[in-house]
Design a protein around this ligand. Sequence first.
Ligand code: GLY
Length: 333
Amino acid sequence: MTNIVLEENGFDGVRAAIARSAMVVTDSNVAALYGTLCDGAFVIDAGEKSKSPETLFSVIDGMYERGLCRNDTVVALGGGVTGDITGLAASLYMRGIRWISVPTTLVAMVDSGLGGKTAVDRRGVKNLVGTFHAPTDMVVSLEFIKTLPDREYIGGCGELIKTCLLTRNSYRLLRERFDALCARDASCLTEPVRACIAIKNTVVTDDFRESSVRKILNVGHTVGHALESVNGYKAGHGEYVLMGMMTECAMFKDMIDDDFYSAIIGMCRRFASPPKTSVKPVCELASKDKKNVDGQITVMLPVAAGDVLEVRVDRAEFSARYERAVAELKNER
Ligand code: GLY
């Protein structure tokens, strides 16, 4: 569905993508660091606040003012926010034009840059308004990782760990490379990133609109998205995924293989702490999650390497399990 290029060094593939596009959308951080790639680009403010209808329509206005036609292509050069906004603008402008995803963050490389989920936030709910509109190409240059701030890198590790739980081979690879990953050893990153992209590509090719298997990519995301919204996006998405993953696993510890559980909690704790957010707002937002069915809150639970269970509970059980899990995680330190 999406043509994928991964380059370990340099920006040849990125430059080629830009050369065949009519417009590049990027954010203020990327523009400051990579001026030559961003020459003439449409620049949005970095950060989740840009995932708004106002920024969306400013990008669409930019497309109109530059005279883009239906057969033009736009490049999203940035992290998850840039990709989500640009993909949504591309899906709406003239009822849909092509876009190329060029992720510059680890989170976007291993997750959001591929799969065509586009969105803006609304009424305090993350990704409330969006479409499915796959990029024609995704060009990943690992070179961008060199300039990632530590917290952005940590968030990327959150999504990378999540994806590597989804198959036995990627889980084995994750365990082998975990210390190198923590040490930010670039030479050990290519294979895990490649594995995550391959897993995500298989999943979204099988179930583009998330009616079945794609839900497994939402491990850690029910609590993660709720924490993200309640806390006003103070930390990055991947950091909330780490907190969400450890909390959801602790909430349903009784359903998870013991060694697997300890490994997940141990890995998450290397990068993040348990959430401090009280149960009420988390439950409130989790009850609005897009995966929910018949008013029941859905959690995608990794129960063993390569095995994810869809768990549904009512609000009372969700709240009780959340409170117990957060207290236990705090005491286990
Ligand atoms: N980030 C989860 C998905 O793309 O389905």
